[in-house]
Design a protein around this ligand. Sequence first.
Ligand SMILES: [Zn+2]
Length: 461
Amino acid sequence: MRRWMCCLVTLMCTSATLSATPGHPRAEQQALELAKQAIALRSVRGPGNQTPQVAALFKSALLAGGFAERDITVTPVDDTAYLIARWPGTNPKLKPLVISGHMDVVEAIPADWQRDPFTPVLENGFLFGRGASDMKLDDTLAIAALLELKRQGFRPRREIILEFSGDEETTMKTSAIIAKELSNAELVLNVDGGGGLLDQDGKPVYLVWEGAEKMDVDFELTVTNPGGHSSAPREDNAITRLAAALVKIGAYKFKPELNDISRGYFTEAARFEPPEISAAMRAFAADPDNTQAAAVLRANPSYVGRIGTTCVATMLSGGHALNALPQRATANIDCRIFPGHPPAEIMAELERVAADPAVQFKDVTVGSVATDASPIRQDLVTAVTKAIRLGYPGVPVFPSMSSGASDSMWFRHENVPSYGVSPMFIKSSDHFSHGLNERAPLADIAPSITYLLSLVADLSK
Ligand SMILES: [Zn+2]
């Protein structure tokens, strides 16, 4: 999953520019070639899923680059597979550094695309294809950077583990298995998350790293009723009762909240916003009980998800005949829970709001687990900031919380700190992950390799 956190009406300042640091041509070339080969493999869940072939492709690149056969495992799971590659450290007492990505992609219907989604195309400075930005190029940048470190003779003190899940976009079964298997990790660098923003002139504005995610939970609400003939209505009607509860839930606002990650985000992102939003961000970061500031942020679709838990009705059904009293009415409430709250607590809060014992609540969430925010680790912040500024001198770097789930969720659930640290910069207008005509800017490749070499070396030595 790749989400962009920005909705910048105006860009008020940027001193950052792209630097002309000497590159690493061999690694850059390898990242691009490998990404093109991976895009050509249709790693979509279901019949013909080629995720195992992507794993085989990545494995052969790692073997050719010096990884030992015994240190790479590709494990089939259902129609997919996951890969774990280990680079042993010189100090076996240190807990491993994990680099995390995924090999599967979201379905793409060729008829809807301008170019075939599973044929990589280089055009106008972009790599086009399903998975270009989410996240096959990120995967191959990580592979190429590790192999470059090996060529340079680097020897990590801490074991480096590169892992790729095979169903991040769907069931996350392999994601959960991997996180359990690697639950002794020191920290996780997830290259599927975070990232940089370019303004419309292509100048870098800022880079965010992600340290927290909201949990996606679904509650099913049901009202049942004896029913009967519609010519003889009863006081008690399943549809009406459910509707009354939904209206109350629709009007309800959860208490605004702040954690270290979102405080850091609002404090820093305020610099890039127009005056009203900027003032609200600063006021909210200073005091989450500031109702006026919360109201301004809540009114903005880009920020409503950042100031607390949200719950919204997403599906509704009821009744079985035009002329019968409904025997049953159901609705789905989709909640994005602020880190730190178990789903049961949020469901109890909604039950209090609905205040009707006839409305039955059931947690019907699939594939999601509760997480806390990862701590703001100074070693991580220092290493990310240093690494990204090698390619983008002076660029602002700050934390962010995502409103969707990635593989980081499974590691945080195992109490392993996990951070979204993609180095890819893109304009918000060029962002098409999960959508049509997905693309990644080729200009990102060189600074991304430089960044990964520095980041991985700093956090593993
Ligand atoms: Zn992704």
